[in-house]
Design a protein around this ligand. Structure first.
Ligand code: ATP
Ligand code: ZN
Length: 291
């Protein structure tokens, strides 16, 4: 069939038509679905802030943003925040920029630490539906830079049976990774030793007290791009959703792997989710209902 050509004017004035082209070209079935999707982004630093901008420009329906920090001049070697936003909380500064780019996105800012006792409860509540049990978001993205925060996200997502994606950039700024975590279906964050080990990043380059970590806007931008590409594939159901993708910029090496859940995981809820997941996978009726 003849592909209808849009006038240059229509294409130029409506950013959405470029996204809808994904549908016309057969990549995505129903791109409009993106408007009904809500994504929670934890950590609005070098990766998280850029991820929220990408999702905003893609027309996502809602974004929940979490961070306890303020914008500082020291952040200007990264993308997204601007010098005049120094002193604002990262979540408020992000809401300001993102609402200017696309006012249709429903933004929720949570200026808070997710790892304190109250923080954990508030974080979980903010993700939970009125029934008090199930999640109200489609995906959670971990863009934090420390172990405790990742463990907290892991626990909340296991409790809510919420799929999430983890991201990280090494302290020497030249490597990074993204990882998919489906409760019971994939390794959880506690199933295997910290991923820096698995991705071959030298542990001696890990965070050391009193040593300033390196950072590059390039690596962080690339990891944000890999992360949001995987988010789009997951939310809109196209291509292959990556389980684990690493990036080593020194060697131009992109390792992929599938990290299976550990039946002996230290987190008992993970072990329970593994059993439930197996049951679901072996029951065609339940599978059809879940689809
Ligand atoms: P750096 O530590 O290198 O100076 P950064 O703190 O901005 O910079 P990034 O890796 O760019 O580090 O971003 C991680 C983000 O995650 C930060 O904005 C940080 O405030 C946020 N973050 C980390 N832990 C938590 C937490 N427990 N609760 C909320 N936000 C967190
Ligand atoms: Zn586990």
């Amino acid at each position: 069939p003849k592909v209808e050509k849009m006038s240059a004017e229509v294409v130029d004035s409506n950013p959405y038509s470029r996204l809808m082209a994904l549908q016309r070209m057969g990549i995505v079935k129903d791109y409009e679905r993106i408007r009904s999707k809500t994504v929670a982004v934890v950590g609005m630093g070098g990766v998280g802030s850029v991820a929220t901008e990408m999702l905003t420009r893609c027309g996502v329906g809602g974004l929940l943003m979490y961070d306890y920090d303020k914008v500082e001049l020291a952040n200007m070697n990264r993308l997204f925040f601007r010098p005049e936003q120094c002193g604002m909380t990262k979540t408020d500064a992000a809401a300001q920029t993102l609402s200017g780019i696309n006012p249709d996105v429903k933004l929720e800012s949570y200026t808070m630490n997710i790892t304190t006792v109250e923080g954990f409860d508030r974080f979980k509540r903010s993700l939970t539906q009125e029934d008090g049990e199930t999640s109200r978001v489609d995906l959670v993205l971990s863009c934090v830079d420390n172990y405790e925060a990742r463990i907290t996200i892991n626990q909340v997502c296991l409790e809510l049976n919420q799929t999430w994606m983890e991201s990280g950039v090494s302290e020497d700024a030249v490597s990074g990774h993204i990882q998919l975590l489906v409760p019971g279906g994939c390794a959880c964050f506690q199933c295997v030793p910290p991923l820096v080990v698995a991705s071959g990043i030298d542990e001696s380059t890990l965070k050391r007290e009193g040593v300033c970590a390196a950072s590059l806007p390039t690596t962080m931008g690339i990891i944000a791009g890999l992360l949001v590409q995987n988010v789009l594939k997951y939310l809109l159901d196209f291509g292959v959703v990556g389980r684990y993708l690493g990036y080593n910029s020194l060697k131009d090496f992109f390792p992929t792997m599938d990290i299976k859940p550990n039946p002996g995981c230290v987190n008992s809820l993970c072990v329970k989710r593994q059993a439930l997941y197996k049951e679901l996978m072996s029951s065609p009726v339940a599978l059809a209902a879940a689809a």
